[in-house]
Design a protein around this ligand. Structure first.
Ligand SMILES: [Zn+2]
Length: 113
């Protein structure tokens, strides 16, 4: 399909060039117009054939769990519920410091997939 469009475009373009050359031999204005129309059509088909190629773009989105609900947070050590103030982001990791038992550990998120 794409190759056929390029072939048609090439044939039309060549015919247009032939008409442009032929206009020098006489009957100038109609041949010039036909030649320009043929070249224009050829360019249009070539552009159309090129734009037909599906633009495949992979969009990767990193979904960060920005808001951690404090209700879900429970201390791994003593089981006490942790509030927002006991969660700290440090060195790219989420650290939990329990105010009840004093345990400090890094929170590891379970992968979503
Ligand atoms: Zn604790």
């Amino acid at each position: 399909m794409k190759a056929a469009a390029y072939l048609l475009s090439g044939v039309l373009g060549l015919a247009g060039i032939v008409f442009l050359i032929a206009c020098a031999a006489g009957n100038t204005v109609p041949r010039l117009i036909i030649g320009l129309v043929l070249i224009g059509t050829a360019l249009f088909i070539a552009k159309f054939a090129r734009s037909k190629v599906p633009d495949q773009r992979i969009i990767q989105e990193i979904d960060l769990s920005g808001d951690i609900t404090p209700e879900e947070m429970i201390c791994n050590s003593c089981g006490a519920s942790l509030d927002k103030d006991s969660v700290h982001v440090r060195e790219g990791g989420i650290f939990v410091e329990c105010p009840y038992c004093g345990t400090s550990y890094q929170l590891e998120e379970a992968p979503k997939w």
